[in-house]
Design a protein around this ligand. Structure first.
Ligand SMILES: [Zn+2]
Length: 291
């Protein structure tokens, strides 16, 4: 009997925590956002760009943290952009796979050990752009060294799954041009971060009861609300490489949200020191919109 109640409680817990997929964005609103951004001039040559997508073994439940599915879907998606070459690595690039790469995008859970951080530093030293998505910001040790490469670091601490009202905080940044100042998502913010927040440019935040996350570990009665970073950019003082970090990316439906795609695609272009809007049209490629 005890076992049965335990199973029932576990099932109930899963059901209570299950998030509902967000409604599709309105076609007219998305079109207005896209129209506000500068498009590449017709006929102007786009710089050839080599993008490396790095994924690792899937973790979490169905529809969550599906790094291999992302790699499989985003390889052809990005290949539909002009003058782009896409290559893939799993679960970490072999030495020769860094050759000629302009931008490396990481969606995985990895240790970020000293060897991996040294490879990132070498890549950044030659101007390589780096993007990390969701748990890719999680580091297992030496958080200060990790934060030096990515701006801030995350030691698996607090998190919350569910509805998020994302607030833009750097309205003049090219990555967020034309996007609504507040956007509803269903995903997962993390906090707190390790590192000096004044060294990053926070593009968007979520207001979180920082002692009331899904981990429920600390001060359960404390209702303190803080704006926690969800998207940021970073330029390490000790190298040439640009960095864009997205904490969103828990649920796979987020990758088919045109506003998330705009943030991610523009963050990628920005990190590669390219025109931020060169991938904009991919934001609605194969995406369901409401009329
Ligand atoms: Zn997650």
């Amino acid at each position: 009997m005890k076992y049965r109640w335990t199973t029932l409680a576990a099932l109930l817990g899963t059901w209570l925590q299950a998030a509902e997929a967000p409604a599709p964005r309105l076609r007219s609103e998305v079109a207005a956002v896209l129209n506000r951004a500068q498009q590449p001039e017709p006929g102007a040559p786009l710089r050839p760009l080599h993008i490396l997508l790095v994924a690792g073994p899937k973790d979490h439940g169905p529809g969550e943290h599906d790094y291999p599915a992302w790699q499989k879907q985003w390889t052809p998606l990005l290949a539909r952009a002009a003058n782009v070459k896409v290559s893939t690595a799993f679960p970490w690039p072999r030495p020769e796979q860094w050759d000629g790469v302009d931008l490396a995008v990481f969606y995985l859970k990895t240790k970020w050990d000293a060897g991996q951080l040294a490879e990132i530093k070498r890549f950044q030293d030659r101007g390589g752009g780096v993007v990390t998505i969701h748990w890719a910001i999680g580091c297992d040790r030496d958080w200060p060294s990790h934060a030096q490469r990515f701006g801030l670091s995350y030691r698996s601490a607090s998190y919350r799954h569910g509805p998020v009202d994302l607030k833009l905080t750097a309205l003049d940044h090219p990555v967020v041009l034309g996007l609504p100042p507040s956007m509803h998502f269903v995903d997962e913010p993390y906090w707190p971060f390790i590192g000096d927040a004044s060294r990053v440019t926070v593009l968007a935040t979520s207001a979180e009861k920082i002692y009331r996350g899904d981990d429920r570990r600390r001060n359960p009665g404390d209702e303190t609300v803080e704006a926690v970073p969800v998207f940021w950019t970073y330029e390490p003082a000790d190298s040439q490489g640009r960095v864009f970090v997205s904490i969103f990316g828990h649920y796979m439906w987020t990758f088919d949200d045109p506003y998330f795609r705009l943030l991610l695609l523009r963050g990628m272009a920005w990190a590669a020191r390219d025109r931020p809007y060169r991938f904009d049209r991919l934001a609605v490629d194969g995406v369901e919109l409401a009329d």
